[in-house]
Structures are given as structure tokens and as C-alpha cells.
Design a protein around this ligand. Structure first.
Ligand code: NDP
Length: 253
């Protein structure tokens, strides 16, 4: 369908070399977008770009640390040099350190906030001049911890609560530039991030199955559709929204 068509568009996906980011990047590539992957691990990024290049019109990768303002600026420069434009930014890069709140070192707190929240802000700010040239889309990644308290992940929850408010602020500020900014709230998804959590908490696997009305863990491919919707003309009057992709997790009391 034409309103979902991304032919001629360029998408920049932070942390797009695996997990949810790659699931979104695959959707965008299949819908016709050229995709730039921005993450730290060169081996994973190279493999992801090769896979995306087979699904769509073209893909590449750039080594990026989203917590570093200079690296975010270099990421934008490299994307413009390679593809000539940026229409879609997916702020997906994220990390977690699970422990009781009273035990975090300040460096741990700052590292999580620096990547998950400040990193999303830095990337959005660096992309703004390119996005406003033709109108554009920013897709931020929140979490169920944007909505619910996570006793085991205070800085992560703070970063994901913050990204929902950042989404609303950018949506309000940049509507005049025809830039729509939305936030996706994943439920429990089977990725490297949650594999570590499952190792730490052996009961987690079954408790997610019990707590999720859909009765399963999400998979990266579940994010292809929402990525295409929020990146395409189909969502041109949707901005500042937080959309759960969670198998009903947040719908159940
Ligand atoms: P992954 O660990 O598979 O993906 C995280 C990605 O972020 C990796 O590609 C990693 O690449 C990248 N990344 C981490 N730090 C940086 C950095 N400083 N600069 C650039 N890239 C970075 O986990 P998920 O796919 O699960 O996570 C993706 C997003 O989804 C995160 O924001 C996460 O918080 C969120 N989320 C995940 C949920 C889940 O259940 N899995 C639930 C709710 C939200 P590299 O190491 O190469 O830099």
C-alpha cells in the first residue's frame, strides 16, 4: 500500500545491529528504505547491514557511541555522505544493569542514562537539520518501565520514563517542521538484553508467559510493522504518542 511505502527514504537506526533495532530495520528495508545502522560492535553491524542490503535498496553501518555528542554528529555526517538525506531516526540503542537501587555506583547510573536517554536526545538533536529539510520521523524506544515501577532497574526505568516525556517535548517543538516523534513501548522481548535477565532471574521466563495475555515472549520481528507505520505517511497525524507493542502486558491490571 502506498501510504506505507518508504521508497526513496533513508532510515538511521541506532543499535540496529541486533534485537528490536534489527527487527525494525528489517521492516523499514522491506518497505523500501535505505538503512544506516549505528552501533558500537563492528562485527555485528557489518553482518546486519549485509542482511538488510538483501532485503531492501541498500544498507550500511557506522561505528557509533550514542552517549558521545561528537560520535552522534559524525554518525549524521556519515549517513548524509553515504545516502544524501535522513528521513527517519530510530532511537533504539539501550542498555540495562539490574540490581537493587541502593547499590548502583554513580558511574553505572550515568552510563545507563547517558546511553538510553541522553543518547536519544543527542541523536535527535544531531538529526534535526536533516529531518526538517523534507519533514521526518523520530521513533523512540521506551519500555514497560516507562509505565510501571521496576524495583530491579531504577536508572533504566528513569531513562525510559524520561524518553516518553522527551518524545512529547520533541513532538510539540518539531510539529512546525513536519517532524512526527513517537515512542514505542515494548513488552518482554527475546533479545540479548533479556537473555542476560533470564540468566540472572530463573523464574523470569515463566512469569513473563503468565503475565502476558498473548502467552508468549515478543520477538524482534514483532517490531517491523510498528516501525513501518511510524516511519511512513500512514502516521502523519500521529505525534507525541506512546504505543505499546507488548502482547497486552500493559492492558492487564
Ligand atoms: P539488544 O542488546 O539486542 O540491543 C541493544 C542495541 O543497542 C545493540 O544493538 C547495541 O549495539 C546498541 N547499543 C548499546 N549501547 C550503545 C551505544 N552506547 N551506542 C550505540 N549503540 C549502542 O537489546 P534489545 O533489542 O532488547 O534492546 C533494544 C531497545 O529496546 C533498548 O532501548 C531496550 O531498552 C529496549 N527494550 C527492550 C525490551 C526487551 O524486552 N528486550 C523491553 C523494552 C525495551 P552495540 O553493542 O554494537 O553498540
Amino acid at each position: 500500500m502506498k501510504i506505507f511505502d518508504l521508497a526513496g527514504k533513508v532510515a538511521l537506526v541506532t543499535g540496529g545491529n541486533g534485537g528490536i533495532g534489527l527487527g525494525m530495520a528489517e521492516g523499514l528495508a522491506r518497505a523500501g528504505a535505505e538503512v544506516m545502522i549505528a552501533a558500537r560492535d563492528a562485527r555485528k553491524s557489518k553482518a546486519a547491514a549485509a542482511r538488510l542490503a538483501k532485503l531492501g535498496p541498500g544498507a550500511d553501518w557506522i561505528a557509533t557511541d550514542v552517549a558521545d555528542p561528537a560520535s552522534c554528529r559524525a554518525m549524521v555526517k556519515a549517513t548524509l555522505a553515504r545516502f544524501g538525506r535522513i528521513d527517519i531516526l530510530v532511537n533504539n540503542a539501550g542498555i540495562n544493569i539490574r540490581k537493587p537501587p541502593e547499590t548502583y555506583a554513580i558511574e553505572e547510573w550515568q552510563r545507563i542514562i547517558g546511553i538510553n536517554l541522553t543518547g536519544a536526545f543527542l541523536c535527535a538533536q544531531a538529526c534535526h537539520p536533516a529531518l526538517k529539510r523534507r519533514g521526518g520521523k523520530v521513533i523512540n524506544i521506551g519500555s514497560m518501565t516507562s509505565l510501571f515501577g521496576a524495583s530491579f532497574a531504577a536508572p533504566y526505568g528513569a531513562s525510559k520514563g524520561g524518553i516518553m516525556q522527551l518524545t512529547k517535548a520533541l513532538a510539540s517543538a518539531w510539529a512546525k517542521d513536519d517532524i512526527q516523534v513517537n515512542c514505542v513501548l515494548p513488552g518482554w522481548i527475546d533479545t540479548d538484553l533479556t537473555k542476560r535477565a533470564r540468566q540472572d532471574v530463573p523464574t523470569l521466563h515463566d512469569s513473563v508467559l503468565r503475565r502476558t495475555p498473548a502467552g508468549r515472549w515478543g520477538k524482534p520481528g514483532d517490531f517491523a510493522g510498528i516501525a513501518v507505520f511510524l516511519a511512513s505517511a500512514a502516521s502523519d497525524f500521529v505525534t507525541g504518542a506512546a504505543i505499546a507493542v507488548d502482547g497486552g502486558y500493559s492492558a492487564q491490571g
